[in-house]
Design a protein around this ligand. Sequence first.
Ligand SMILES: [Zn+2]
Ligand SMILES: [Zn+2]
Length: 337
Amino acid sequence: MAAPHPETWLRVTPSGLYCEPGDFFVDPKQPVDRAVITHGHSDHARPGNAHVLATPETLAIMRQRYGNDAGGSLQEMRYGETVTISTVSVKLCPAGHVLGSAQAVLEYQDSRVVVSGDYKRRRDPTCAPFEPQPCDVFITEATFGLPVFRHPPDRHEIDRLLHSLHLYRERCQLVGVYALGKCQRVIALLREAGYDAPIYLHGALAGLCELYEQHGVALGLLLPATGATKAELAGKIVLAPPGATADRWSRRLPDPVSALASGWMRVKQRAKARGVELPLVISDHADWDELTQTLVDVGAPEVWVTHGNEEALVHYATGIGLKARALALFGYEDEEE
Ligand SMILES: [Zn+2]
Ligand SMILES: [Zn+2]
């Protein structure tokens, strides 16, 4: 008997991607009975599901963010482990996006689909690297799915930040970073570049930095920015959520150089509109080259493209002989970009 086509057992519903024979959702947008969660960003990991299956790191992030609302029962699954939900086998593999991020590998009657969640391919000192998994259908994000998006090497962007720091001794560098992933990655990259002075944090970033450290990601000396004097912060790096860089909170800082670490900083108008003096193109999503390389590495004959610029990637995939279509999944507005 031929394997069933994935379209017959995995479909888009208003609550999100639904696996019928397993009766579970992947990254549901509304509370459901059974959820498989790819990673901790709030557009993928929502509170209130009755049963949640995710990596231990993702569950720790959800517990920190949602407390008792993280889910009725939380089931840990390490990378590479397999769990069977009625007749469907589920395995989680690293996605290289943030700590604990996973691709969900679903298999039903010899038909195999990979739901990659969000991912990137470049090295990240704060999480396990993406592992291509053979499959019949590969579901890919396309946040930066246009050829114009080519992220420079991280080191290049970190060196620009350090250069600005040396240039303005009496000012501080105020870097806008998303709390989960980007913050810890920027810190780890600074440490790798040899920067060993204390890094100052907005209060909203402290909890997840602690969680990363508990999971073995060393971040060096971190101090609260609140309470530090202007003199102490001169010539230092201060990290804050992107919203805080423009508001009252930042007035306590010594003439801050406003920076923002995001893949969108590749778009000059965006940086300008947000008043960013020092745009740093550091992204936790695959750029165009990483997306197209991944289609080749995974080698699936069929690709479903979701949240982002679906059209260009569908066109590219078709051009290299794959079957491809856009998947109409809405409601994933990336917290981190
Ligand atoms: Zn994400
Ligand atoms: Zn996403």
